[in-house]
Design a protein around this ligand. Structure first.
Ligand code: CTP
Ligand code: MG
Length: 548
C-alpha cells in the first residue's frame, strides 16, 4: 500500500513540478483530452512559429511611452501580445493578432534616409521607431518595463539558493532564475522567422526552425540559438508519380552528394545573411564541419546563432529530450543543477574544445536516471516500443521512432528527492567504468566501448556516432575528480547546521556553485591541478581537428 501511495505521490509530483517551474515551451493546454499543461512537441513548434510570423521586432528609445507606442502600432490591427527588453538598446517584440497587420505595416514603414551611406533595400520585420518633432514624441519619464533576457549574476543566485530550505527547493529556485522564459522563447522563434525571410529569397517555401536547448526544455537564458533550414517541406516531394502518361518535373541542378548540396545552400544563404541581413554580424561559414553551419551573432536579440541545414535527426533528438524532460519534473531539475554546476567549474564552456558539452552532459544525466535501482525514466527502446504508426520516423536510414504522446508512458515508481538524485549522480560518475564502457540511453545500460576514446556516449539515433568524440582524457579525469568532490561536498552539507539570518552561508546546491578557490569546505583538500598550457593548446587543436 505504501508503495502505491508513493507512486501516486510521484504522479502528482510529475504534474506539480512540471507546472511549478512553468517551462516556457509548455503552453497552456487548450486541447481536450491532453494531459494538463502538456502539449506535443510538434504542436508547440507550429504554434510558436505561427506566432512569430505575426510578430515584429522594433528598436526604440529607452524612454518610449508604451501606451502611445502600442496605440500607434494598433492602426495596423489588434495587438495580441508585446514586451520590451534591453540589448544594445531597447527593443519591443510586438505580436499582432492577424497576419494582415504585417502586410499593412510593410506598406506604411519608411525606408531610412541616411546621408553619406547607402542602404540595401531589403524589407524585414526588424524596424526602428523614430520620433520626429515634439508633438509626436512618444516618450515618457520612466520608459517601459523590460523583461530580462539574461541570467542573474552567480553571486546573487548563490545568495538566493542559500536561503532555501531544501535542495529540492534550491533546484526549483535555480530553474526559475535560469530557465529560458516565455518572452525569451518568443524572441528565439521570432529570430528564426526573420532568418526564414532572408533564406526565402532563394527558397520561398523554406522554413527555419529552432532546435537544441532553445526548444528541448533544458535551455538556459543566454544559450545559443541552434536553427535549421528546413527544405523538406517544399511542396512537390509528396506529389504521386503516375505509372504511365505524361508527367512534368522540375529541372534541378545536381551535385554528387547530399552534403555538397547542403554546403552550397548554406554558402549562399550565409552570404545573404552577411550582406543583407539587418542585425546579423560576424558571419562565419563553417562548411567543412561534420555538420556544416553558418555561425553569426544576431545583435538585436544578442543571440549567438548556428544555422544548419538538412539536420532533421538533431530536431528529433530535441523532441526526445523534451519528452524526457516532461516525464517528471525532477529530470529538468537535475539537468539544470548539473549543467549549472558544470559551467561554474569549467567542465563545460561556451567555447568549443575538448571539454564535455552541455548536450553530452544532458545525455549522461538521462542515462544515470535510467540506471537508478528504480529507474526514473524509461529507455529509448521502451519509448520506441510504445510508438504508434504516426510516430514512425526514419531519417537518412536512422530509426528515430519513439512515442510522442506522454500519456502513453506509465509513470515510473522512483520516489527519490532531488537531493538524493544529485548526490547519486556524483557517486555514479565518480566510479563509472569509462575506460571500458559506453553510455547508451537507447538500451539504458552501459555497453562495451566500440572504439578507444576517453568518453563514449552513443548518439541516440545515429548509433555509429559518439556524441562526446571531442572529449580528451584530461577533461574526463577532471570531470570525475569534480564528481568526487561534489559528492563529498553534498555529504558535508547534510551534516552541517545550515546558516540562518539575512545572508546564510552557501549550503547544498549553493555551495556546489561556489567557484573552486572560495568554495567552503574544500580548503585543505587536495588542490586541483591546472592543466599545463601545452595540454590546453593540445585540446584546442584536437577540437579544431574534430570540427574540420
Ligand atoms: N547535437 C548532436 N550531437 C552532437 C552535438 C549536438 O546531436 N555531438 C544536437 C543535439 O540535438 C543538441 C543540438 O545538436 O541539442 C545543439 O547542440 P548544442 O548547441 O551543442 O547543444 P544544446 O543542447 O543546444 O546545449 P547548449 O545550451 O549548450 O547550446
Ligand atoms: Mg545549443
Amino acid at each position: 500500500l505504501l508503495k502505491r501511495i508513493q507512486i501516486i505521490d510521484t504522479c502528482l509530483q510529475r504534474r506539480i513540478v512540471t507546472n511549478a517551474v512553468e517551462p516556457s515551451n509548455v503552453l497552456k493546454n487548450e486541447v481536450n483530452g491532453e494531459q494538463e499543461g502538456w502539449k506535443a512537441f510538434d504542436a508547440i513548434q507550429l504554434e510558436r512559429q505561427e506566432q512569430a510570423e505575426r510578430s515584429v521586432l522594433i528598436s526604440c528609445h529607452s524612454k518610449t511611452n508604451e501606451k502611445k507606442f502600442l496605440k500607434y502600432l494598433s492602426i495596423h490591427g489588434d495587438i495580441k501580445n508585446s514586451f520590451f527588453y534591453e540589448s544594445y538598446g531597447t527593443y519591443a517584440v510586438v505580436e499582432f493578432a492577424n497576419q494582415e497587420s504585417i502586410a499593412s505595416l510593410h506598406e506604411a514603414v519608411n525606408l531610412p534616409v541616411v546621408s553619406n551611406e547607402s542602404v540595401v533595400p531589403f524589407k524585414s520585420r526588424l524596424l526602428s521607431l523614430r520620433s520626429l518633432g515634439a508633438a509626436v514624441v512618444p516618450n515618457s519619464q520612466t520608459g517601459p518595463k523590460c523583461k530580462p533576457q539574461a541570467t542573474i549574476p552567480l553571486t546573487e543566485l548563490i545568495q538566493r539558493l542559500s536561503k532555501e530550505e531544501s535542495i529540492d527547493h534550491q533546484v526549483t529556485s535555480l530553474m526559475k532564475a535560469y530557465q529560458v522564459t516565455e518572452e525569451n522563447t518568443r524572441l528565439r522563434f521570432l529570430v528564426c522567422s526573420l532568418l526564414k525571410d532572408i533564406a526565402a529569397a532563394y527558397f520561398p517555401e523554406c522554413n527555419v526552425r529552432p532546435f537544441g536547448s532553445s526548444v528541448n526544455g533544458f535551455g538556459k537564458l543566454g544559450c545559443d540559438l541552434d536553427m535549421f533550414l528546413d527544405l523538406d517541406s517544399i511542396s512537390g516531394r509528396n506529389v504521386p508519380m503516375p505509372k504511365a502518361g505524361l508527367v512534368l518535373e522540375y529541372q534541378m541542378k545536381r551535385s554528387n552528394s547530399e552534403r555538397a548540396v547542403t554546403q552550397s545552400i548554406l554558402s549562399v544563404v550565409g552570404e545573404c545573411v552577411d550582406r543583407f541581413g539587418p542585425g546579423c554580424v560576424g558571419v562565419q561559414k563553417i562548411l567543412n564541419a561534420r555538420c556544416p553551419l553558418v555561425r553569426f551573432s544576431h545583435q538585436p536579440s544578442n543571440f549567438q546563432c548556428d544555422l544548419t541545414a538538412n539536420n532533421r535527426v538533431a530536431m528529433k533528438t530535441s523532441e526526445l529530450l523534451y519528452l524526457y524532460g516532461c516525464l517528471d519534473g525532477r529530470v529538468r531539475g537535475l539537468v539544470f543543477a548539473v549543467r549549472c554546476w558544470a559551467r561554474v567549474h569549467s567542465v563545460t564552456s561556451s567555447i568549443p574544445g575538448a571539454w564535455i558539452s552541455n548536450f553530452s552532459l544532458t545525455v549522461m544525466v538521462l542515462f544515470y536516471l535510467q540506471r537508478r535501482a528504480a529507474p526514473l525514466i524509461p529507455t529509448l527502446d521502451h519509448l520506441r516500443s510504445l510508438a504508434g504508426p504516426a510516430d514512425k520516423s526514419v531519417i537518412e536510414g536512422n530509426d528515430c521512432t519513439f512515442v510522442s504522446d506522454l500519456s502513453k508512458i506509465q509513470p515510473q515508481d522512483n520516489t527519490e528527492t532531488l537531493e538524493q538524485l544529485l548526490c547519486g549522480f556524483f557517486h555514479f560518475y565518480s566510479t563509472f567504468p569509462f575506460a571500458r564502457k559506453s553510455i547508451n540511453i537507447r538500451k539504458g545500460k552501459e555497453q562495451t566501448k566500440p572504439e578507444v576514446v576517453p568518453l563514449h556516449i552513443q548518439n541516440p539515433f545515429e548509433v555509429s556516432l559518439n556524441v562526446s568524440k571531442n572529449v580528451n582524457a584530461a577533461q574526463l579525469e577532471r570531470f570525475v575528480a569534480l564528481c568526487q568532490e561534489g559528492a563529498w561536498q553534498l555529504e558535508q552539507s547534510a551534516t552541517l547546521t545550515r546558516g540562518t539570518g539575512h545572508a546564510p552561508s552557501p549550503w547544498g546546491l549553493a555551495a556546489l556553485l561556489v567557484p573552486a578557490a572560495g568554495a567552503p569546505g574544500i580548503k585543505g583538500r587536495k588542490k586541483r591541478k591546472r592543466e599545463p598550457a601545452s595540454e590546453r593548446i593540445k585540446s584546442l587543436l584536437e577540437s579544431l581537428k574534430n570540427k574540420v
